[in-house]
Design a protein around this ligand. Sequence first.
Ligand SMILES: [Zn+2]
Length: 276
Amino acid sequence: MEAEELIKKCSAISLEGEEEDKVSFVGKMMTKGAEIIAGCLVGKILTTREVNIEGLRSSLGENVFMFKFALEADKRRVLADRPWHLNKALIVLTEPEGIGNITKQAFTHISFWVQILNIPIMAMNTEAISRLGAIIGSVEEVETNEDGECIGEIARVRIRVDVTKPLKKIIFLESEREENVPMPVTYERLPNFCFCCGIIGHQFRECVKYKTQKQENFAFGPRMKAVKVSERLNHDKSKDRWNRSNNTRIEENGQRNQNQTQRQPSSTTETRSEAI
Ligand SMILES: [Zn+2]
């Protein structure tokens, strides 16, 4: 029985004097507890499949794990480098809230580097891109060049996304001057998600909305996995070289995401890295 269910059952019938059966969290107990909290992260692996990885021994419940760190800097780096995944399943990794009551942890939001495509020139500024990004989630950072500008083929925005809702795949810019401008949205290091409903954590065959429709008719798809900027640059460079030597146009490589390497948190808990 899950801890949450037991708490509900036990709390429903309270006996006389039970409310006095408590321990105050103070003194050395508090100090030791604070040390544990400071040196760890908790992560929920969003998958419908059983997580059975030998190295993940610090289980805190259903698909929830603790990752311990000897150095604060390592923990900060792992947090900054989110999202992480395990076998292509997203790990919603976060610092424990409060005193680390697992039943109260909200594993609902994670930050992605999001790429917004087809930005009109007039919208190539941090204010406009922040407004656009806010449709997708809470904007944490808008990437700019050394001159503080965001001029380019894509806008790259760090956004905290609610993973319990369908991923945004397209947003629109409304303008009095022209028709609405459609702007596709792609996500860097996007793990497996449902192409049927757009939610992370299950596959389309497990989806309540899946009604044996053809995959090409899904509203979502692997096209939402962004090419990382470094790969985009490398790709463009190789394209330039090819163009110079062959004077031939090269088509975009539809399989480009297969070479993206996804990482998992490095911690005292051993995990395996795998290409997505
Ligand atoms: Zn679904």
